[in-house]
Design a protein around this ligand. Structure first.
Ligand code: NAD
Ligand code: MG
Length: 399
């Protein structure tokens, strides 16, 4: 790679066809001799997966949806690339011997593949924040047990990682997660009630997958990031602050007991944090636009508005409740976001669905992975019942 390491690095990308996956591939293909691609996985975009696998001479390509196996096999015929399909095959891909694994599947569906990569004990670049949200303690226990190196890809957590004094934690006062505020930062609740999925996925600064774009619009993304930070940096929730910063130039900060505040800055382009993890502990060249502060001229900041963005309140409540509350929040949110994107519920119904699930789903301690799966399934059932209640109105969550 463009760092000082001499031999090619073997890598696997879980979720290679998504926004993070494609940004990772964009970096890898600039210096292909520096990498050996062990495995690429995707859920349904079989054509792009095959194209990526051929371009990067991957050893294995896995499509999550088993029905697409023959299409993948056909697309890879005449190559040396092995084709596999199904959920178990994605997990097995994560277990293959790669020095570096990008965990970029979206949602709790990424939990088991990410855990499989962690258990191998290599370097895991973590984009899939939902796996820490739904099973943070269990995931971090696996990191400790396997000795894996977990490097945050999420831009805020990557920023914090770069300015966090791990050797002298006593000096750290708070962490400050910056948030763009999303496309509806200045909207009234009335205006938000009628926004469309197209408006919600059009993020002002970042080009991302549909689910995280909607999460940014509700600010649930920042909520999920609070939980992610709580586990990644082993820091109490009351020491995590959120600061709205619409330009997305300061990616987050750590404040110290002497009054110092250290921040990491850069253009809003995920290739910077991805490159940080790909070259770690070295640095590598990226084509990312360089920050031009003089032309930006001004950076602005404001406090988050919890009235208009109740997701933040729900997250702090879930963290206070503990046990499986974050698992419930995450699962209900995934169902509600999918329903909003499908035009089944309104934008404000997303947080209502999550709040109801937190109220109705019986919570308990997460002692093992099966507890996570059970609570996750109950929360999805509860959220689905609110979206399309049996024999009820089709917009039951509204009002
Ligand atoms: P995306 O929707 O663009 O891509 C998701 C990838 O996961 C795709 O390759 C898809 O095929 C795969 N996938 C989806 N469901 C799957 C399943 N059931 N089994 C196996 N694979 C499956 O999402 P994204 O925007 O790239 O985000 C990926 C993760 O990274 C999310 O957790 C997100 O929160 C996080 N993240 C993304 C960004 C960003 O800029 N896009 C920034 C920070 C964090
Ligand atoms: Mg982020």
């Amino acid at each position: 790679m463009a760092s000082s390491s001499s031999s090619p690095r073997s890598i696997t990308i879980l979720g290679s066809t998504g926004s993070i996956g494609c940004s990772t591939i964009d970096l890898v293909e600039r210096t292909p001799d520096d990498f050996i691609v062990e495995a690429l996985t995707a859920y349904s975009n079989v054509d792009l997966l095959a194209e990526q696998a051929i371009k990067l001479k991957a050893r294995l390509a896995v499509i999550g949806d088993e029905k697409l196996y023959s299409r993948l096999k056909d697309a890879l015929s005449g190559t040396e690339i092995e084709a596999q399909a199904g959920r178990q095959a994605v997990i097995e891909a994560a277990q293959r011997p790669a020095e570096w694994v990008m965990a970029a599947i979206v949602g709790a569906a990424g939990l088991e593949p990410t855990l499989a990569a962690i258990r191998r004990g290599g370097t895991v670049a973590l984009a899939n924040k939902e796996c820490l949200v739904c099973a943070g303690e269990l995931v971090m226990a696996e990191v400790a047990a396997s000795g894996a190196t977990l490097l945050p890809v999420d831009s805020e957590h990557n920023a914090i990682f770069q300015v966090f004094d791990f050797e002298r934690r006593d000096g750290i006062e708070n962490i400050i997660l910056t948030a763009s505020g999303g496309p509806f930062r200045t909207f009234t609740l009335d205006q938000m009630a009628s926004v469309t999925p197209e408006q919600a996925v059009a993020h002002p600064n970042w080009d991302m997958g549909a689910k995280i774009s909607v999460d940014s619009a509700t600010m649930m993304n920042k909520g999920l990031e609070i939980i992610e930070a709580r586990y990644l940096f082993d820091i109490e929730p009351d020491r995590i602050q959120v600061l709205v910063h619409p330009q997305s130039v300061i990616h987050s900060c750590v404040s110290y007991v002497d009054g110092s505040v250290l921040a990491q800055m850069g253009a809003p382009d995920m290739r910077t944090p991805i490159a940080f993890t790909l070259a770690w502990p070295q640095r590598m060249q990226t084509p990312v636009a360089r920050l031009d502060l003089a032309s930006l001229a001004q950076l602005t900041f404001e406090a988050p508005d919890i009235e208009r963005f109740p997701s933040l309140r729900l997250v702090f409540e879930a963290l206070k409740t503990g046990g499986g509350a974050s698992t419930i929040l995450n699962a209900a949110n995934e169902v509600a976001v999918a329903a909003f994107l499908a035009g089944q519920i309104g934008f404000l119904d997303i947080a209502r669905t999550v709040e109801k699930a937190l109220e109705l789903v019986p919570n308990r301690q997460l002692l093992e992975l099966s507890d996570v799966h059970e609570i996750d399934a109950l929360a999805r059932e509860c959220a689905n019942a609110q979206i399309s209640p049996p024999g009820g109105a089709d917009r039951a969550v509204s009002g």
